[in-house]
Design a protein around this ligand. Structure first.
Ligand code: SF4
Length: 298
């Protein structure tokens, strides 16, 4: 066996794990927007909700990096136990006779907990939430693995003149989901960063203003998708028929792109995309189907 064999088998294993995860979480739920896509291009949500296939173009090493992130998540979550946390946060009475009775049963700990917000058509899975029923507060943690370059913008002296709010909008979406269940609880949000270079952990709070920003974002996505879904479903049907009749995939794709361009001209409109880096085959599986032309850094 050589290194190339090990890498080949590992890549195949990773693909299988990703497929299992996708089937378990998302198959049959295509009409929902993904909370993890909070803050991203509205057209991506539209094409997703129309069931467009797109092409995943991540490199092998890129996929292995993603897998590393998944493994860190799994490890951190495996180290936590809802039962132990409940026991450790329970409060017992301090009776002078020595008799102990439970005053407070302890906090609930949620992990990989599914959140759905039907009014905004969003669903997703939060990493960790600590629910304190005594103080009526919920603390939500979202784990982000990051390389030193990005870390230096978050915790170092470098200033990012174009900071992304995607992480903040994502955790705020989870918080909105839990707030439906516990409407009178205070919400606290923390991004937990794990630095891939040296396994350091740091945290960053997320302000409550992001709850409003996330609600606004998902309302805008709903508006955009509602306005155009029927149209794009029609384009998709026409493309299928055209391909069956003519068999020329390139022509069909170019026609589809021209139709998309007519109604939304991606690359030249606010929120299509939200950030210029999104229009890259590595980050957008619809890149080949989209007529985007980025004219300036967004
Ligand atoms: S290529 Fe850019 S504009 Fe087109 S769907 Fe993807 S992110 Fe949006």
């Amino acid at each position: 066996m050589q290194l190339s064999d090990i890498v080949k088998y590992y890549n195949e294993y990773m693909d299988k794990q990703n497929q299992i995860n996708k089937e378990a979480r998302y198959d049959g739920k295509e009409s929902w927007f993904h909370a993890s896509g909070a803050g991203s291009c509205h057209l991506k949500h539209l094409l997703n909700s129309c069931g467009m296939d797109g092409v995943e173009q991540g490199s092998d090493s890129g996929r292995r990096l993603m897998r590393l992130g998944t493994l860190v998540h799994e490890d951190v979550q495996s180290s936590l136990s809802p039962l132990v946390w409940k026991r450790d946060t329970a409060i017992l009475s301090d009776d002078p006779t020595g008799a102990k009775s439970t005053v407070y049963e302890g906090n609930d700990l949620l992990m990989e907990h599914e959140i759905t917000i039907p009014s905004l058509n969003v669903r997703g899975f939060l990493d960790i939430a600590d629910i304190n029923h005594k103080d009526k507060s919920i603390t939500i943690f979202d784990i982000k693995t990051t390389a030193s370059y990005k870390w230096s913008f978050i915790f170092g002296r470098k200033v990012d003149d174009n900071p992304s709010a995607m992480y903040e909008l994502q955790i705020a979406t989870y918080a909105m989901g839990l707030a439906q269940q516990y409407p009178d609880y205070a919400l606290y949000m923390w991004l937990i960063y794990y630095k891939k270079d040296n396994s350091d952990f740091r945290e960053k709070p997320v302000g409550s203003q992001y709850l409003g920003f996330a609600a606004d974002y998902w309302m805008a996505v709903n508006e955009f998708v509602d306005a155009h879904k029927e149209k794009v479903d029609g384009f998709k049907k026409e493309a299928d028929i055209q391909f069956e009749q003519e068999g020329n995939g390139i022509m069909v794709r170019e026609d589809f792109k021209a139709k998309i361009k007519k109604f939304c001209n991606p690359g030249d409109q606010i929120d299509l995309p939200v950030a210029s880096w999104e229009c890259n085959p590595l980050y957008c599986k619809f890149h080949a189907l989209c007529p985007t032309i980025i004219k300036k850094k967004i």
